[in-house]
Design a binder for this molecule. Sequence first.
Ligand code: 2F8
Ligand code: CA
Length: 146
Amino acid sequence: RHCAPGWTFLSSTCFYFPFASTYSRTVWQEARQSCQRLGGDLVVLDSRDKQVALFNFINTFRNPSGILHLSGFWIGLTDAEDEGVWKWLDGTKLKEGFWSIGEPNNVNNEDCAAIYPTDNPFMAWNDAPCEFRLKWICESAPRSIG
Ligand code: 2F8
Ligand code: CA
C-alpha cells in the first residue's frame, strides 16, 4: 500500500496537510477543492482509529509553542443538504461523532464541520459557518503498487 509523495500512510489511508494550509486558512469549499487538486478530498473520519491516527499525524506538525494548530481544520463532513443530517463526502451518514460538548449547535447557520486537535475533549469537532476560514486536512485512498 502506497501514498503519493508528501502523503502519510496511517490507519489504512493517506493523509496530507497541504503546504498552503500551514500558512493560510480558507473556506470549506476552497479547502475541499485544494484537496481535490491534489488527488484527494477533505478527510472522512468514519472510525475512531482514523481519528486517533489523524491526531498523531497533526501532532507531528506541532511546533514547540504549538502555535500552528490553534485554529481548527475543516473535515469532509457537512449538513448543508439537510440541516441536522451530517454526511461525509463519500455520501455516508455520520454514525459516531466526536463533537465537542454542546456541538453541533448550528449557531449562525453552521453547515460545515471542523476538528480541533485538543487532548481534552479528544479531537473535538465543531460545526462552523462554511464561509469561516480554517486550515484543512486532506485524505486519499492508498494505491497498491507492484
Ligand atoms: O462556543 C462554541 C461556539 O464558538 C464559536 O462561536 C462563538 C464557534 N464559531 C465559529 O467557529 C465561527 C461556534 O461554532 C461554536 O459553537
Ligand atoms: Ca458550532
